[in-house]
Design a protein around this ligand. Structure first.
Ligand SMILES: *Cc1c(COP(=O)(O)O)cnc(C)c1O
Length: 371
């Protein structure tokens, strides 16, 4: 058995391409606090993604926590149980109460038809996730938010470069947040951003990510240190030169998985609507009862073969101790999320994955009883 194949492997350009950026940082001695690389990456990323204003952060979780602060969200926030823990943890860090609402089994996103029944007088916002980079039903979510006077903050950590009807999915809602963690489609080792609609909101977010300083002697809020440093920002500029190639490679690898696995009985791959320009951020497959072995047996089988597929997202957020027992958190109230969490397995997929590696995974999934 060769080296293990992880579920993902970071996009990492040749080291020699990064050295000139480091030399510039050493020369200027500008290390952080909105240095030249930071300012350039904010402009270049906004252009690349097709959004007006973008505010960089040290990581995506700080961006989520700050987005909630920026809009002064209080009370209850409706969110999905089918996500990474940072989504709901950001609510607890703001003293907010998550109210979990079930998902649609096809998109794995918050089910708009179930949002209204979860709204109470304490509800102030909805925090949906574009799970695996597949857009939520943004129109219906906005309609509900408008009717009830709620804010919408999208956790778009998976949705780098995703479009809907040719337009960036990051333009929907009041704010969207991105993650540039090492495991994401676009990384700055650690990093993140808030996408906001206007310069005034961006100004406030800039204060909040720098302790609340509006100028040398004025502090307007109990802000945090959420800043992205110059090494991260410079790396982001270099990554931008390679991202189109990485996205194309993801598309190619996902198409190979689909061609090989879509006819396997008991295995379902996600269907991406035709109006979506997807980023192929993950390769989730859903294992149902007609598959020869259980999902967890497939997970263990792959593990024994050195293939470290991951069950994103299992367990549900609502099953973790800090959320258990909250209103709406029981399995009976989240049947679709419960079912999807019991079926999902994300197969390894990353830009420099080799076809032979992928073929090994495919043959194991196609014929799990004849290993
Ligand atoms: C990765 C991720 C985050 C957190 O981002 P970090 O940059 O790791 O802090 C938030 N939400 C979702 C859905 C994620 O996958």
């Amino acid at each position: 058995m060769g080296d293990p194949i992880f579920v993902t492997s970071p996009l990492l350009p040749p080291l020699e391409e990064f050295l000139p950026y480091l030399e510039q940082i050493w020369e200027s001695k500008r290390l952080t606090n909105g240095g030249p690389f930071h300012e350039q990456l904010e402009r270049d990323l906004a252009d690349y993604l097709g959004v007006e204003h973008l505010c960089l952060f040290g990581n995506g979780t700080l961006a989520l926590v700050t987005a909630l602060q920026a809009l002064r969200i209080s009370g209850e926030v409706i969110t999905t149980p089918y996500s990474f823990v940072a989504t709901s943890h950001s609510l607890l860090w703001n003293g907010l109460t998550p109210v979990f609402v079930d998902i649609e089994p096809d998109s794995c996103n918050l089910d708009p038809s179930k949002i209204e029944q979860a709204i109470t007088p304490a509800t102030t916002a909805i925090m949906p996730v574009h799970c695996y980079g597949v857009p939520c039903d943004v129109e219906r979510i906005q309609e509900i938010a408008d009717n009830y006077g709620l804010k919408v903050i999208y956790d778009a950590a998976h949705a780098f470069a995703v479009t809907l009807e040719g337009r960036s999915v990051l333009q929907y809602g009041d704010l969207s947040i991105l993650s540039f963690h090492a495991t994401k489609v676009f990384n700055t080792f650690e990093g993140g951003a808030i996408i906001c609609p206007d310069a005034k909101t961006k100004q406030r977010i800039n204060y909040l990510k720098n302790f609340g300083f509006a100028n040398e002697t004025t502090v307007v809020a109990p802000g945090i240190n959420g800043k992205m440093n110059e090494v991260q920002a410079a790396f982001g500029l270099l990554q931008l030169k390679h991202i189109d190639q990485a996205l194309a490679r993801r598309e190619y690898l996902f198409a190979r998985y689909r061609a090989a696995l879509s006819e396997v009985p008991g295995i379902r791959l996600p269907e991406i609507p035709g109006n979506v320009g997807w980023n192929h951020a993950y390769c989730p497959v859903f294992v149902d009862s007609i598959y020869p072995i259980a999902r967890d047996e497939l997970y263990e089988l792959l593990r024994r073969e050195g293939i470290l597929a991951r069950r994103y997202f299992y367990p549900l957020l609502s099953d973790f101790p800090m959320y258990r027992g909250l209103k709406g958190s029981s399995h009976a109230e989240l049947p679709e999320a419960q079912k999807i969490a019991s079926q999902v397995i994300c197969l390894p997929m990353f830009p420099d994955m080799q076809e032979q590696q992928q073929d090994r995974i495919i043959s194991l999934v196609c014929d799990p009883l004849h290993v």
